[in-house]
Write a protein that binds this ligand. Structure first.
Ligand code: S3P
Length: 450
């Protein structure tokens, strides 16, 4: 099944050394938030480096539907004329968030405390994903939601006319749920409190402070206690979106497993809530130099010099690291295939409710490529075959999931035989320049199935 109509099969072939600079696009999480917070400020927010992937374009369209004016000036340069906290108007049509869980969940939170009604939908992948994790806490503000069985889209959300502030301890480690509650709390009087046991990405908190909200984060024995004072006037900002560490993961991991590679990946986030993959790779013995540490767009970043690492070892990845690398397990399981020994990834059950069931998608695809893999509800184990060891010669199903698609293409660059994917079309959601960037480094990709 394809995200956008016709499936686009693609094949990756064993590639020569990857060389050069991999300038990956803007961060997806920060791009969504820049548009949404811009829409809630009064006046013009200017954004540079915005990711022009389909997920973010769908959020831009949604912000227009709720009354903000969103303008595209030049590549990556956008502006948003915001309507202010509580200023959203009722959209005239259904809001289609495409493939994006972040888009739909954050936007539901943003409109939940304004007395308007909106109906949300998405593609076949998004319509399978659980929304109750967001609508349950939103109901505490007084918001009502009517969806399909199991809290699935399409879903109609009726914003609370007289919202009350909320105190909520997150039952799952989810930045999307945390952010939806904080966004709803913006238009509730008094203090909204979110407690997270395990820290998740903190871009909403950073951006709320940047836009002038009163927010504090206290580290306690319960976890992070985040307190937001409602009904602030948000001031428009200039947002420089840093590059996406989750996209950078693909060229970084490709260089580690393709023999002779030596690449530079500039401006990769070192934000502690996003850098779990990089810690893990270093523990496995990856040759990564973190050069020129600095701050960009309010995020700590470094340039990564990455060289082929033929002697990586399998490791145990602890469960508590999962939130800081939640989107990186598919590509880590590819790297684990080219390490010696076993890699055990624990605490990964959230992967089952992403764009696809990523544990199942990776396990089945890796098995087809000749790897031995074990899984249970919360663990993925890969028995590595060392450098160049993956047999390949298979077609992986991507299940409308960009990260599954890119992971298997990277695998094919280092496997003995080519690896195909049934559909590369979902890659546009997060990394529209993937093919050109990877072939520019020397990767061999072809259209169709081998
Ligand atoms: C995101 C949070 C994560 C991540 C997603 C982006 C965000 O989801 O998987 O790609 O921008 O807040 P969860 O918060 O549901 O784990």
């Amino acid at each position: 099944m394809s995200a956008h109509g016709t499936a686009q099969p693609m094949t990756a072939h064993k590639s020569g050394p990857l060389k050069g600079t991999a300038a990956v696009p803007g961060d997806k999480s920060i791009s969504h938030r820049a548009l949404i917070f811009g829409a809630m400020a009064i006046g013009e927010t200017r954004i540079t480096g915005l990711l022009e992937g389909q997920d973010v374009l769908d959020t831009a369209k949604a912000m227009q539907a709720f009354g903000a004016t969103v303008t595209h000036h030049s590549p990556g340069a956008w502006s948003v004329q915001g309507v202010g906290v509580g200023g959203f108007r009722e959209p005239a049509d259904v809001i289609d968030c495409g493939n994006s869980g972040t888009g739909v969940r954050l936007i539901m939170g943003t409109m939940a405390t304004t007395p308007i009604t909106a109906t949300f939908t998405g593609d076949a992948s998004l319509r399978k994903r659980p929304m109750g994790r967001v609508t349950d806490p939103l109901s505490l503000f007084g918001t009502q939601a009517y969806g399909r069985n199991g809290g699935r889209l399409p879903m109609t959300v009726v914003g609370a006319a007289n919202p009350v502030p909320v105190r909520y301890a997150l039952p799952v480690a989810s930045a999307q749920v945390k952010s939806a509650i904080l966004l709803a709390g913006l238009n509730a009087p008094g203090q909204t409190v979110v407690i997270e046991k395990e820290p998740t990405r903190d871009h909403s908190e950073r951006m709320l402070l940047g836009f002038g909200a009163a927010l504090s984060v206290e580290k306690t024995s319960e976890g992070n206690v985040i307190t937001l004072t409602g009904q602030p006037e948000l001031r428009p900002q200039s947002v420089a979106v840093p590059r996406d560490p989750s996209s950078a993961a693909f060229p970084v991991c490709a260089a580690l497993i393709v023999e002779g590679s030596d690449i530079l990946v500039p401006g990769v986030s070192q934000n502690l809530t996003r850098n779990g993959l990089y810690l893990t790779l270093v523990e496995m013995g990856a040759d990564i130099e973190f050069q020129n540490p600095r701050t960009e767009g309010g995020e700590p970043v470094a340039d990564l010099r990455v060289r082929f690492s033929g002697d990586m070892k399998g490791i145990e990845v602890p469960a508590e690291r999962a939130p800081s690398m939640i989107d990186e397990y598919p590509i880590l399981s590819v790297v684990a295939s080219f390490a010696t020994g076993t890699t055990v990834m624990r605490g990964v059950k959230e992967l089952r409710v992403k764009e696809s069931d990523r544990i199942d998608a990776m396990a089945r695809g890796l098995e087809a490529c000749g790897m031995r893999v074990e899984e249970d509800q919360d663990t993925l184990t890969v028995h590595g075959l060392g450098a160049g060891g993956m047999p390949g010669g298979a077609t992986a199903k991507t299940h409308i999931d960009h990260r599954i698609a890119m992971s298997f293409l990277i695998a094919g660059m280092a496997a003995k035989k080519p690896v195909s994917i049934d559909d590369a079309s979902p890659i546009v959601t997060s990394f529209p320049i993937f093919e050109g960037l990877m072939t520019g480094l020397g990767a061999v990709l072809s259209h169709g199935i081998e």
